[in-house]
Design a binder for this molecule. Structure first.
Ligand SMILES: CCCCC/C=C\C/C=C\CCC/C=C/C(=O)SCCNC(=O)CCNC(=O)[C@H](O)C(C)(C)COP(=O)(O)OP(=O)(O)OC[C@H]1O[C@@H](n2cnc3c(N)ncnc32)[C@H](O)[C@@H]1OP(=O)(O)O
Length: 243
């Protein structure tokens, strides 16, 4: 599945909705057992959540957006397919989250392709289920440091901390993803799927139990004037970077 939402594959409401529909289609197709997630645009895997969905909108919109993001996370995290992320570009915040919920992550070796949950740099906070997903991957101490500092790791550091499973030359990314997929598909589906469910259930239950409260938290957090100001300033900085 190729992410395709120009210019930076930000996760807009429309993009999230389409991703969920496509995932459902693949899950229901008996001929499909695995999925490689990559970007149509080498250089950018995904810029994360679409900041335009979180700026200057009304509470009903924020609630709808957050629910769609939860839905996407729940679908992909619980997918019965083998999901391999072939990360061919920068992968900040929501882009990193999307990689973390795959079964295996391969990052192309390019110093510009950084990955991490950098929310604090925007003056916002990664919610508990982003944090849980990261802790499940790299452990508590490394997550605490990475989350507080909003670290974006270049490939060698991402590998060292365990945020990705492999770093490969850019021209080997897709072939490596296919050989990793072959290795995972050699395992009987039912045994692998039950194991995945068992490993992920506590994290899934944590969100499912608190879904509505989490939406309310997000809406009230993002509606604050101070948060709106931080997001606007961050967007301005992104725009100024060009000039
Ligand atoms: C205890 C209390 C707890 C309460 C908690 C409750 C709730 C939690 C609240 C909030 C949680 C929110 C979680 C948020 C997660 C996110 O994912 S936020 C998004 C973070 N993303 C980023 O920081 C990445 C920003 N982008 C970049 O760094 C770069 O754009 C790039 C991806 C590296 C690509 O660089 P480059 O190729 O140079 O492209 P440009 O920077 O020039 O960008 C092109 C245009 O795209 C716009 N853009 C970039 N990123 C985004 C984005 N994420 N959303 C929307 N738009 C984006 C950029 O402004 C450019 O636009 P123009 O062409 O200038 O119009």
């Amino acid at each position: 599945m190729k992410l395709k939402n120009p210019p930076v594959n930000s996760l807009s409401l429309e993009m999230l909705t389409e991703l969920v529909i496509n995932l459902e289609k693949l899950e229901n197709d008996k001929a499909v057992r695995g999925l490689v997630l990559t970007s149509e645009y080498p250089g950018i895997f995904s810029a994360g959540l679409d900041l335009m969905e979180m700026c200057g909108r009304n509470p009903a919109h924020y609630a709808e957006y957050w629910k769609a993001l939860q839905e996407f996370w729940l679908k992909l995290y619980q997918s019965s397919l083998v999901v391999v992320a072939a990360i061919n570009g920068a992968s900040p915040a929501g882009g990193c989250l999307m990689s973390l919920i795959c079964d295996y992550r391969i990052l192309a070796d390019n110093p510009k392709y950084t990955i991490g949950l950098n929310e604090t740099l925007l003056g916002i906070v990664a919610p508990f289920w982003f944090k849980d997903t990261m802790v499940n991957t790299i452990g508590h101490r490394a997550s605490e440091r990475a989350l507080q500092l909003g670290l974006l790791f270049p490939p060698a550091e991402a590998l060292q901390v365990g945020l990705v499973d492999q770093v490969v030359p850019e021209d080997k990314l897709q072939s490596t993803a296919l050989s990793v997929m072959a290795q995972w598909l050699a395992i009987p589906d039912h045994a692998r799927q039950l194991t995945k469910t068992m490993m992920r259930k506590p994290t899934v239950d944590h969100l499912v139990k608190q879904r509505d409260a989490d939406i309310q938290n997000f809406v009230s957090f993002v509606s604050r004037d101070s948060i709106q100001k931080s997001l606007q300033m961050y967007l301005q900085k992104l725009r100024q970077k060009k000039s």
